[in-house]
Design a protein around this ligand. Sequence first.
Ligand code: SER
Length: 728
Amino acid sequence: MMRLLLRRLRRLSAASERSFSGLPAAQVRRTFLDFFRDQHQHLLVPSAPVRPRGDPSLLFVNAGMNQFKPVLLGTVDPRSQMALWRRVANSQRCVRAGGKHNDLEDVGRDGTHHTFFEMLGSWSFGDYFKEEACRMAWSLLTEHYGIPADRLYVSYFGGDAGSGLSADRETRDIWLHLGVPASRVLPFGLKDNFWEMGDTGPCGPCTEIHYDHVGGRHAAALVNAGGAEVVEIWNLVFIQYSREPDQSLRLLPQFSVDTGMGLERLVGVLQGRRSNYDTDLFTPLLDAIHQRSRAGPYGGRMGAAPDAQVDRAYRVVADHVRTLAVCIADGVHPGMSGAELVLRRILRRAVRFCAEVLRAPPGSLASLVPTVAQTLGDAFPELFREADRIADIIDENEGHFLSSLQRGSRLIQRTCLRTGGGAFPAAAAWSLHRDLGFPLDLVDLMLEERGVQVDRQELDRLVCHDQKMRAEQQADSRPRLLLDVLSLAALQRAGVPHTDDGPKYGYHLENGRYVFPACRATVLALYDGRALVPEVGPGQRCGVILDRTCFYSEQGGQSHDRGYLMRDGLQEVLFSVEAVNRAGGYVVHQVTVPDHLRTGDQVELHLDQAHRLSCMVKHTATHVLNFALRSVLGRSVQQRGSHISADRLRFDFSVKGPLSSAQLQQVDRCVRDVISANQDVHTLEVPLRLAGAIQGLRTVDEVYPDPVRVVSLGVPVSELLDGGTDRE
Ligand code: SER
């Protein structure tokens, strides 16, 4: 009996390691494209960039069909090339890290989920339909890639009474007709076999082809069961409907076929690997990570296996660096909102796993970019061209997060010690997110590694509360806790000196990167909204006035800094700075204190560096825009105001008459030229009188301090003072 079992096990494992073609990934991709072009007259079209073109319903391109949405919905411009297309195929770069299709939190836990992947796709726009689509897919898999038919299962839409949709028997019969045994043709419901692009847009019933990595058995029960042995490889969608904003389904006048097959999984199947990370799309990357890390080599362990955490880190870093490289090449940079914010989250997760689990030195993540280019450059040559730029951006963003990461890890460690393995306080988890910029899912992961859990209900409450606060603040932009005339007089009577906010410009460049050092200060006064008070207690909102600060207060149309204070002797509690305002020479830091704070306390101030840098970049951009507008439209252009926050800039100006689209294009080009010239930004504090004499200096209708800080692009301010010419 035992021998029989062993023999059976050996046979199973031999079967599971079977590689049908062993084709390298580049050839798998080529075979797909050649098949559709040469055998079935499809036009090969390039992948669209990962930033969706004019489709606000999506953060990222999440499927090959996104760029064809206008054709599928019949809204395509009839004069465009696209309107003529009937059969196309391509390999599309896709990101599933937000919105309806989001795989971010599964990455690393298994071998098949990715934030970035390539989707091999074929389409018929009102040309062939179900039968040809199934026939082509079956032929490619079984005849060209050589996958044995008995390892394949197919699913079809079994109908949904609630939505009034009947079962897709036509597709079932097509598969039976193609010779697939009835026991392998399986009906599923809306969740598995009705594909939708997003909350709205093209959709329809689909039929999927699943592959059994084990073989030699009947595995129908494992289809769509979420295991690693039987996996979906190809999805054939029959686009028949449009999901409307009111959630109704509108039947389309023209039916289309939209198929998508993840390259990574297909390569896994063809190279006999259950985990995509064991294929040639990933192994060079895992090797490169190993060379830089102080961890042992990648061992492919998953779940609760010892050291699985290290292997998970390998997978996360390999996945995330591919996503970062592709997104940055396509112009999506880590940032403060929308897709940019998602990318920032991905980058921070990668930095954490690299630095803390794999113990790789700073700069390691960026150093992987050439390997990404080597593994993907065949399909996306822009990765070679853009490799340096991508690495610089990764490096710069890594730098912003590393110091917060160290602080956050210490905070977790100390808090866990204090709670002795009990529930992790939601307030501390929230502080990691709000004050140190940790993505919440990363906090969850880090706690999971320590076997502790956060009070989820309380954390959700804090998240909701914060969202509500932000919405309220947006609706009411009046500064809160602004010193009134009585409290200003009280401060003066008490001899409190004005705040020295010189340290707000105390940043410097280190290896081409801005560094914003922390600053130490003393609490000189506390303002509770009505009067000065000597002390505030937990939960109280107050204005904190210090002798000095590195925080930028709301002024000149630029929003205030964010960040936190730490009180000496209470290092694990972060006092989040919610707003910073200025009145009568005093800078007021608005804080809801998590613990006691008294006048005389010593604090350390840390500003959110990425937030500040985003504001700085946009501030410079307003000046560039002003210059470009005046160059193109003449000097009658007058700036009327501007508002800069971390995620957007608004520029108000007056000009005679509307701008033509040609003028807008010229302005756009001029701005791009200034940016590409990559000139230095010079600054100098100058007496107001002298600054006023600089020709071409642009000011707005505002009261400027004396001395005033003059900013110049390209030309040192001192040269402008030497009677320089109008440099506009
Ligand atoms: N749009 C379908 C998918 O993404 C088929 O391409 O799965």
